[in-house]
Write a protein that binds this ligand. Structure first.
Ligand code: HEC
Length: 262
């Protein structure tokens, strides 16, 4: 760091500004790479019955036991094709990695996503936002939340699904989910206590969600979550999504992404 800048941080007003931003030191926090992929019109109903993983899901295992391998995600857009009724919607880049980090600091959870959205995604219908990134957290009451993550909210009868109801948005059979979303255009409405920020870093978009602990995000909990990214003005179901993962809120809690701290 050049000496002038170090001096500037020592000035009282600059210290105040830095404290207000109080971001975790992300360079010290390990990142988990999570691949997001085009899911087609795959519903939780298909996952729980038509899909070869159905009985294993029912027995309590998560998606990643089968779909994450040592060499990456076992996902195949050709196999997905029967569940993508809109051939035009199928992107050329069917998947890409998102680097995920999390931290707890004085009762605030921060989750940071860093990714390079594919430039060849088909142009979508959301004129207001070129890019959107979302984090979904689910509580313990949501059926199959721990196995399926955000897929628990994606039903056959939703708008955008074949034969779906244009008035129906994501829903769960019981319990609650929380959707934190960053949008590149006018900011999206957030649940109470949620803050969202974004920057560009070395060609990657970096989005950070911060939330006071509460709701699904309780200290000591292994929180089922999923990620969704809408690239190139995509709308509705035409997003890239992750499988179900767990966010561990605290030391010794099980999860693929660890939020250490207090
Ligand atoms: C028991 C192992 C297993 C589990 C658990 C599992 N799957 Fe699968 N999944 C499969 C197999 C096998 C296929 C089909 C591969 C084929 O058609 O050759 C498949 C196919 C798919 C497909 C179609 C695309 C493709 O690559 O074939 C999607 C999407 C999918 N699974 C999502 C999920 C999600 C989401 C979960 C968790 C909610 C999940 N799976 C859990 C084994 C599993």
């Amino acid at each position: 760091m050049p000496p002038l800048i170090r001096f500037a941080f020592a000035l009282p007003w600059a210290v105040g500004a830095a404290a207000a931003l109080a971001a975790p030191d992300w360079s010290r926090i390990p990142a988990r790479e999570i691949t997001v992929f085009h899911p087609g019109a795959t519903s939780v109903e298909w996952l729980a019955s038509g899909h070869p993983g159905a009985s294993v899901l029912k027995s309590g295992q998560p998606c990643i036991v089968c779909h994450e391998t040592k060499t990456g995600l076992d996902y195949n857009a050709k196999r997905l094709a029967p569940r993508e009724p809109d051939v035009q919607a199928m992107p050329r880049t069917v998947s890409f990695p998102v680097s995920v980090q999390a931290a707890l600091d004085k009762g605030t959870l921060s989750v940071r996503l860093a990714f390079k959205p594919p430039a060849d995604a088909p142009l979508g219908r959301d004129a207001a936002h070129e890019l959107k990134a979302a984090l979904m957290l689910l509580d313990d009451q949501v059926p199959q939340a721990a196995q399926a993550g955000c897929w628990a909210t994606c039903h056959q009868d939703l708008r955008g699904m074949p034969g779906g109801d244009p008035k129906k948005g994501k829903y769960v059979g019981a319990g609650r989910f929380e959707l934190l979303q960053w949008t590149s255009g006018k900011p999206a409405a957030q649940p109470a206590g949620v803050q969202v920020a974004s920057t560009q870093e070395g060609g990657r978009t970096v989005v950070t969600f911060s939330r006071k602990l509460g709701g699904a995000a309780v200290a000591g909990r292994s929180v089922p979550f999923g990620i969704a990214i809408h690239a190139n003005h995509a709308a509705g179901r035409l997003h890239y999504v992750s499988l179900g993962y767990r966010l561990a809120l605290g030391d010794g809690v099980a999860g693929e992404v660890q939020a250490l701290g207090r």
